[in-house]
Design a protein around this ligand. Structure first.
Ligand SMILES: [Cu+2]
Length: 775
């Protein structure tokens, strides 16, 4: 489906000839937004509604696309009872977008963030999470990979065909931490009427649970503190010291949560009924003042709300105490689209007394599987479930709890919603709340995760002209992407995930093969660099004293597994056990730089992500005299998301990956198809290694990040850019009107400086919760 064009519009100079949307055009778009307001649809009333983004329905052809406008502003809301400034889209918090498969769409993002918004000068982007965007790699919405960000006061229109599987997705900012503040929302792709249904008969009703984790400071203000020296010896009074973001203050279900289960504190009563956390613990003031984890003795600790009582003023209108309710009908099948759009937390979603039938993972259809009460979703993942009628033990005159619990983050909160049968007026009994329990006690382990089977009947369905039907993958009739992974691979990449300290500046990073995203990349998207020069990848500056700029790989066959094909001049492939079947990588000193993985057209590759201990490869300062150093032999779980593709999750396991795992732990026949996967740690102790192996066909020319979807980890550098089929990129047509690039580009932010921070973030240095503006 990639449309190749003669390079007839090749730009003379790299950036200067980008078209900009003329001011007159921008005004017209804004007027369009106002005119569209009357067409906003909702699925409910009051705080329970899921709002649709403004929509200007028209035709759906390339020349007559469906047009949408996302008007990005800031306003005060109290999603979890604590009032603060959040990002709004068309004046709504996290509204839903709905496309239909095969639609041509144009989505105009109007950046109206105010001048005092943290990091407003960095601009914004919108990424279509889970979309492969075949033929439209410039529309991926990734800062400095597919585009430069959209500056405040301007707009950019994303244009593409919804050439995707029907299913559950989301859209979100992919430039900084703005998505923690609300610059995101659910994205549903409806099937065309003539494609086979996901399940038959079709569900009677459908709802979305858009799940997020939420803080009381803005995402960029919190992220700024991650960009200070971790090494106490390198921190100064001007830089301050590194601080972790801490636990989310609440989880939100469709924008509704209750900080510390505070809803009764709003009326001056501490709620001692509903547990604060998934271990059943009830909230107290200590929970509500979860301290910032800062490097000992460093500047930067910031006061947080200390209790509900302090933060909640009885000023009248509030959503406080409200819970999202799914309304179910007796005798009817309900579909729920569960979307974990959090920035940090791995979630377990439970619906009391009900069996959840999983029918799709990350939009990809799976053979249905039943789970009693609970399913797991890591950040970036989607799980579609059916709740079938007439379940044993379910009384349809009652209501039941929905529990969204946190995993892996001890002390992180839960959120509660209500699964209400329409004949029921009562709220469920608090004593009946179910708790998912810690990961170690749960069923959703590696073998369960690997046991999902792709729904081949749907993926393989073909057009039937006699019956006027289209294939499920319409308009992708038979994409190579869905070719089974048993085909032999051409190359295997092994990416070691670690958390090194950078020696030169004492910064803490997350890295792959010891290379983290740079703070200041070249001021040009990677996609444009490859477009201008398909051999650009060979000119990527190497990491100082380290050697590589490209991901390392080896040929897996023919007894040649110890031979590097790639750019590994300073690297060794060390056979730790004296056997070529047990290959590990030894790397040089960690650094922060452009890091790319270049794929040839049409090859099937395997990428292994090895979750190694934080200080692997000598990247830590063993002598650093801070308490956090003691933890640096540990590991954390991560949620790796690949742009531009669904991949076959061919293997997943604990311990160190080795060639032997292909025989013992791989499924090359019918593995799960996903776009986001967990790289586990050992649930309870976090001291054991784990790995995941992915395969896909490089048939989608473009530049596609592979990164941790924990936004804070990504911010700290945990990702790599895949360059796919550079010659085809160079022949593609650049869409007109891409945002122009700033003079200076940063992935992250300048080091902390108290005076500069005050100027940008207000007198407290951060944007604090603001009860005076409670609506
Ligand atoms: Cu991560």
């Amino acid at each position: 489906m990639l449309r190749l064009h003669p390079k007839d519009d090749k730009r003379g100079s790299a950036m200067s000839s980008y078209l900009r949307i003329p001011l007159a055009g921008l005004l017209l778009l804004c007027l369009g937004a106002a005119a569209a307001a009357a067409e906003v649809a909702s699925t409910g009333t009051g705080a329970r509604r899921l709002l649709e983004a403004n929509k200007l329905p028209e035709g759906s052809s390339q020349s007559n696309p469906k047009r949408y406008i996302l008007d990005v502003t800031v306003g005060t809301r109290a999603p979890d009872c604590v009032a603060r400034k959040v990002i709004l889209i068309n004046n709504n918090f996290q509204p839903r977008l709905t496309f239909t498969q095969g639609d041509w769409v144009e989505v105009t993002v109007v950046n109206k963030l105010p001048a005092d918004w943290p990091s407003v000068a960095k601009g914004i982007t919108v990424h279509w999470h889970g979309f492969s965007l075949r033929g439209s790699p410039w529309m991926d919405g990734t800062k400095f990979v597919s585009q430069c960000p959209i500056p405040a006061g301007t707009s950019f229109t994303y244009k593409f065909q919804v050439n995707e599987m029907p299913g559950s997705y989301f859209y979100h900012d992919h430039s900084s931490l703005n998505r923690a503040d609300g610059l995101q929302g659910p994205l549903v792709v409806l099937p065309r009427k003539d494609v086979p249904p996901l399940v038959s008969p079709a569900p009677d009703a459908s709802d979305v649970l858009f799940l997020t984790d939420f803080w009381h400071f803005t995402g960029n203000a919190l992220a700024m503190r991650l960009n200070r020296p971790f090494d106490p010896n390198q921190a100064t009074s001007a830089s301050g010291g590194w601080c972790w973001v801490g636990l989310p203050r609440s989880l939100l279900i469709n924008g509704l949560g209750n900080y510390g289960e505070c809803e009764d504190v709003y009326t001056r009563k501490v709620n001692q009924t509903l547990p604060f956390r998934s271990d059943g613990h009830k909230a107290n003031s200590t929970d509500l003042m979860s301290p910032n984890v800062c490097v000992a003795g460093q500047l930067g600790a910031t006061a947080e709300p200390s209790s509900c009582k302090v933060e909640l003023k009885a000023t009248g209108k509030t959503t406080c105490g409200q819970r999202y309710r799914v309304t179910a009908k007796a005798g009817k099948t309900q579909r729920l689209r569960l979307i974990n759009a959090g920035t940090l937390v791995y979630m377990t979603v439970c619906i009391q007394s009900h069996t959840l039938t999983v029918v799709a993972l990350d939009a990809a259809p799976v053979e249905p599987r039943d789970f009693f009460e609970c399913v797991d979703i890591n950040t970036g993942q989607r799980v579609d479930v059916l709740i079938k009628p007439n379940q044993a033990g379910v009384d349809t005159s009652k209501s039941y709890w929905i529990n969204v619990g946190s995993q892996y983050r001890k002390g992180a909160p839960s959120a509660y919603g209500i699964y209400r049968y329409e004949s029921s007026k009562a709220t469920p009994d608090p004593s009946q709340i179910i708790q998912p329990g810690p990961m170690a006690d749960r069923k959703w382990n590696t073998s369960v995760t690997m046991s999902f089977r792709p729904n081949r009947a749907l993926l393989d369905s073909k057009a039937d002209k006699k019956k006027s039907t289209a294939p499920y993958l319409y308009p992708n009739a038979a994409p190579k992407s869905f070719k089974l992974p048993s085909t032999s691979i051409s190359r295997r990449f092994v990416l070691q995930s670690t958390q090194p300290l950078i020696e030169s500046n004492g910064m803490l990073k997350w890295a792959l093969d010891s290379i983290a995203y740079p703070v200041a990349p070249p001021c040009k998207p990677v996609l444009d660099s490859v477009y201008d020069n398909p051999n650009w990848v060979s000119s990527v500056p190497p990491v100082p004293s380290n050697g590589p700029n490209q991901a390392l790989y080896f040929t897996p066959k023919g007894g040649n597994a110890s031979t590097w094909e790639g750019n590994g001049k300073d690297l060794q492939l060390v056979d730790a056990a004296g056997s070529s079947s047990n290959v590990v990588i030894k790397l040089g000193k960690p650094g922060a730089a452009s890091h790319v993985l270049s794929l040839r057209p049409g090859e099937m590759v395997e990428i292994v992500i090895q979750n190694n201990r934080a200080g692997f490869n000598g990247g830590q300062f063993a002598s650093a005299n801070d308490s956090l150093t003691n933890n640096r032999n540990g590991r954390e779980q991560h949620s790796f998301h690949l742009h531009g593709h669904h991949f076959w999750q061919v293997g997943m396991g604990m311990g160190e990956w080795s060639e032997d795992k292909v025989k013992t732990d791989y499924n090359l026949v019918n593995p799960p198809l996903r776009d986001t996967t967990t790289v586990l740690s050992n649930g309870t102790t976090e001291d054991k290694a784990a790995w995941v192996a992915l395969r896909f066909v490089a048939d989608n020319p473009g530049t596609w990040p592979l990164h941790c979807h924990i936004a804070w980890h990504e911010f700290m550098g945990q990702g790599i850019t895949i360059i796919e089929d550079a010659p085809a990129i160079a022949k593609a047509k650049v869409p007109p009107g891409m945002p122009s690039c700033p003079a200076k580009c940063t992935y992250t932010f300048a080091n902390f400086n108290p005076n500069a921070a005050k100027a940008v973030y207000g007198s407290s240095g951060l944007l604090a919760p603001d009860n005076s503006q409670l609506p």
